[in-house]
Design a protein. Structure first.
Length: 446
């Protein structure tokens, strides 16, 4: 048990509180008011987690009922069948049912009068104490004690009650309760009741901490005494897996009229914090991405202005082309070639073939008007600058060039030109690469 669990045992007088943790179970006597209970929980280290309300057997109503002929999983039908065994209408009782084995036509119904528990639960919730489960203390203890693999061998469980002078009798079938009785701790009464329930059938009985007189009276029966703590301690230990969500109790009366109004009350605050954190994280990411995008746009504009400034310095009388970098690189290679720089050899036969392929593939379609301003060749790379009347015409020119198998043409880049004399124009730049022919490849052409 890594985390502590808190169990409340209400009573006619003062309440008891159990704190189950790594060191075992510690009990504390608390007052009879919900304010004192809430303060005791706070002093014990309670931090808002759900608590178990383990009610005494004297508060419970119990009876076996027949389930034959009832709709499957119909709690309303079970409640009215349970009503036949009670002196109260079904609307005044909150009930739950011990799950029965498949094919079994009986079930153990356990209920509590709504007026007894509803004010206590509302007062605890009003004081800030979240009640997660309401379970009979005996059934929690029985589920804890009979949790081993041999539970199905026992036909009954005898347990000293929390109140002096009484004993709890839990009738079992295949490890599940089918009957529940609170008897006086009188050996003769207990023996007679067992004989009536068992109907003289040999059976093995489990018993916890029997009094010597009762042990002697049961000497004729197959009684196996098991080592288990007292009922309150066993109930506290049995509450730990229920509160942690690792087990389901046989009976949970935190339902129907006693159900929590807000099912998410335990996780509402951390859920709200998690949602706020996710929203804040998404907002921060959006702001960061917008900021980075604006910085990239500013850097792109700055580099473009720098390129245009360099071009104006080199060519003060020339119009700034769309692709400044490609133009400057072409001029640099031309100067290197004129100066005899080996890094830029003069054009070879492959350049002439590329020029031929480009000129022969330029479209001559009717209705397509265009003007070629410049064609630059750099080994296998080429750049074609010109003007058309519409943006789509540049795609038509690029498509015509792609019909030449020796040319790999990139998508054209276009830019709207300023309107002059009512005429509109679009400048375009088409780049690509020429694939050398096999003959040139053998000769080592670049």
């Amino acid at each position: 048990m890594s985390a502590r669990s808190f169990i409340l045992f209400p009573g006619a007088g003062s309440w008891r509180m159990a704190v189950a943790g790594e060191g075992g179970v510690a009990f504390h006597e608390v007052g009879d008011s919900t304010a004192l209970v809430a303060q005791a929980l706070k002093d014990a280290g309670h931090r808002g987690q759900g608590v178990m309300l383990a009610i005494p057997s004297s508060w419970c109503l119990c009876a076996p009922i027949l389930t034959a002929g009832l709709p499957a999983k119909s709690r309303k039908a079970l409640a009215y069948r349970f009503e036949e065994m009670l002196p109260l209408p079904a609307e005044e009782v909150v009930s739950d049912y011990v799950p029965s084995e498949p094919g079994d036509d009986t079930a153990l119904a356990v209920g509590v009068q709504k007026e007894r528990l509803a004010p206590l639960v509302e007062a605890l919730e009003g004081a800030g104490v979240i009640v997660s489960h309401i379970c009979p203390a005996l059934l929690l203890a029985g589920q804890q004690v009979l949790g081993g693999g041999s539970a199905g061998d026992f036909a009954a469980l005898l347990y000293p009650a929390q109140s002096a002078g009484e004993i709890e009798l839990l009738m079992l079938r295949r490890g599940l309760p089918v009957g529940w009785h609170l008897l006086p701790d009188a050996p003769r009464d207990v023996v007679l009741h067992l004989q009536f329930e068992l109907k003289e059938t040999p059976a093995k009985l489990a018993a916890v901490d029997l009094a010597p007189a009762l042990r002697e009276a049961l000497a004729g029966l197959n009684v196996v005494e098991i080592d288990a703590p007292d009922l309150a301690t066993a109930a506290a230990l049995g509450s730990v897996p229920v509160l942690s969500g690792k087990a389901r109790p046989w009976v949970d009366l935190r339902r129907d009229a006693l159900a929590a109004r807000d099912g998410l009350r335990q996780v509402r605050r951390p859920l709200a914090v998690a949602v706020a954190a996710v929203v804040l994280c998404c907002l921060s990411l959006s702001i960061a991405m917008i900021w980075r995008a604006s910085r990239y746009d500013a850097m792109t504009d700055r580099y473009a202005r720098e390129q245009q400034g360099v071009f104006r310095q080199v060519f003060p009388n020339g119009a700034v082309p769309v692709d400044v970098r490609s133009r400057l690189e072409s001029e640099e290679r031309s100067l290197r070639a004129l100066s005899g720089d080996s890094a830029a050899p003069p054009p070879t036969e492959s350049g002439l073939l590329t020029l031929r392929d480009i000129l022969t593939r330029l479209p001559a379609e009717s209705g397509l008007r265009y003007r070629v301003l410049e064609l630059r060749l750099d080994r296998q790379r080429f750049t074609l600058d010109g003007q058309v009347t519409r943006h789509g015409d540049a795609d038509r020119i690029a498509g015509a060039l792609r019909r030449e198998k020796s040319l790999v043409v990139d998508p054209p880049r276009t830019e709207q030109l300023p309107e002059e004399g009512g005429a509109k124009g679009v400048s375009f730049t088409i780049t690509g690469e020429a694939v050398p022919s096999p003959a040139l490849a053998k000769r080592g052409a670049p």
